[in-house]
Design a protein around this ligand. Sequence first.
Ligand code: C2E
Ligand code: MG
Ligand code: MG
Length: 692
Amino acid sequence: MSEFDSRDRWVMGGLVVLGLATVMAAVLSGGSAINYALEVEASNAAHAWGAKIDKRLRTEVDGLVASPSETALDIIDPAGLRQHLEPDGIKSDRAPTVAVNQSHRNFAERLRWLSGGLLSADPGRSGDDAVSNMDGFAVLSPSGKTLALGGTLKQTSLSHALETNALKSAFAEAIDTKEVTVAALPEQDRKSIAFVPVTEDGEVAYLYAFEVDQSSAAALTNLALVVVTVTTSLLIVMGFSVPAAIASRRIRERWQAEDKIRYLAMHDSLTGLPNRLQFRQHLEQAIARAKRHNTKIAVLGLDLDRFKNVNDTLGHATGDALLEEVAARLVETIRESDVVGRMGGDEFAVVAENINLPEDAMTLAQRICDALGAPYKVNGHEVTTSTSVGIALGPVANQPVDILMKNADLALYRAKQDGRNAFRFFEPAMDAALQRRRRLEHDLRNAIRKNQLYLDYQPQFGLNEGELTGYEALVRWWHPSEGDIPPSTFVPIAEETGLIVPLGEWILKTACTYALGWPDDTRLAVNLSAAQFKTQDVFELVRRVLVETGLGPERLELEITEGTILQNTEAVIETLTKLDALGVSIAMDDFGTGYSSLSYLTRFPVKKIKIDRSFIGTLGTNPQTSAIVSSIVGLGQSLDVTITAEGVETEGQAAMLKHWGCDQVQGYYYGRPEAEVPEDPLEELPLDRNVA
Ligand code: C2E
Ligand code: MG
Ligand code: MG
């Protein structure tokens, strides 16, 4: 915001300077204007006095008597004047002949208009209105001889003054132009002589010389100038500054808005950290610097582990407060030259410059993990979280900025996969794996649409009687170019992308339809993914498919894993209880690989436990697995739950299981998953593998 203040100050400062400059210009030009105005005033006054005196002289030349009110005529010595004008005398029919300089007249007009008549410099007015005062009076012949004198004007001082160049040339000019001229009296402030030529038959017959005192006129003119200057300044202020101030205010508001927009566009509103856009710019600059100085940089992608849990359990306000605290800790943890940005959600990124060795980046990542791993106190809650970090080192020649960020993301993804609360460096293999995953995701979408998937069925047998109890449906994908892709690869992709919903429904429907052709006592086991429970109403799905296909519920067995139970216990309990009530049985798949407690066996309607094949594979070679498997079999017996052993591949394994009293078996030793179910599966078994 300080940026805006300084810009604003510049605008206001500029306006003030402009205003001052205008007033200065007015004052400066006003000085010479005053002088000119006074000259005009003197010339106008002299013109009026001359005209008046001349008229009197012509009309009353014989009985000229001074009137006390008429100062100008008071000071004339009528006798002397008449005497000097003899013997020609003055003819009364002559027209007035004094003239005023035209440019003086124009200027006077304008000045009068400007000053609102304050200085009524009107050539037509009477001499009595003159602002200038007449101190003395003389009548001169064109040769400069004094014909008459009056007032304070003395012959000696007049002769002396007429010696000066200024008066000499003014006198000559008056005769030459036959117009009034004015010249300043030397060494006398605001005093001048005005020459008024009087013509007869086109020739100057004589001149009046008036000694003009302009001290009061000067005061008035100054006042007029002040008024003009102030008025002009006011006009400038009103006409320029006010609109300029309004414009400045508008500009300022726009700048403010632009500043705000720019800030919002570049920053994360919650934490105030640079957002993705600005972070990218920082990264570009860091890459450019690193290339110039031949140094290395590290980009760290950060993601809080299980942040969603905080939001879900403590609310979004606490989640936000935690993110703010995380941002603050990050800023404290990194060096001043490093930049941290919020990429969105619980994702942050750091760009660190001058990384000499990968160990430097590792140290920083560890520091970040430690700082963010310490407990938080937010909104009265004690919260602990951990962070996964992906590190990408650069710059690599000709590698775009986005690649570096993408690589950090890939490494972060790996850190997450490897159990979180860890950091991982980017490796090119990760990139290849991700590319493949993307391709598979795209192809899987098509495969579901184009029916490129199919089901295999693997038989399950009762270990005691040797009878076929049922088949487990296992989904298969024959990829047009890559061949067989195992479900362990594509089922997780389907889970992450949501494709598991249409896929799961297709599997259930297809398997149930197929099982209709089997003997009535042959059951069908179908695997359900944890993601299905998250995204859809599994009970509704199963009920609908059973109705649509007509398969009896007691023939369907749903295999779930401990992951399903862990995710949302209450909702899952409800679904499973309803399914149990419907007659569908639930089997716990891959038993022993999850992290859940055994307590769920009492809370869920579990009818069957399938011991994971990783235990069966090491039976006989690892004494511990023997102990585990025999214990699980014992547990099943005491809980009255059917125990199935998965992945039985050898006779030895089968014998041990039978010995411990395991109920059912499934594995390559008894039958591989096949697309077609044989007419009589028992007959297909080699005699020595016969279970019974
Ligand atoms: P699972 O449900 O435990 O399936 C049993 C897996 O063990 C199958 O692998 C099967 O081919 C394999 N298997 C059976 N007998 C033996 C044996 O003797 N030795 C060995 N080494 N393996 C044996 P598959 O088909 O690759 O399936 C892997 C996992 O993929 C399944 O484990 C299940 O979790 C998932 N899956 C398979 N089909 C589906 C499905 O239709 N829906 C869902 N949601 N998941 C499925
Ligand atoms: Mg299974
Ligand atoms: Mg299994």
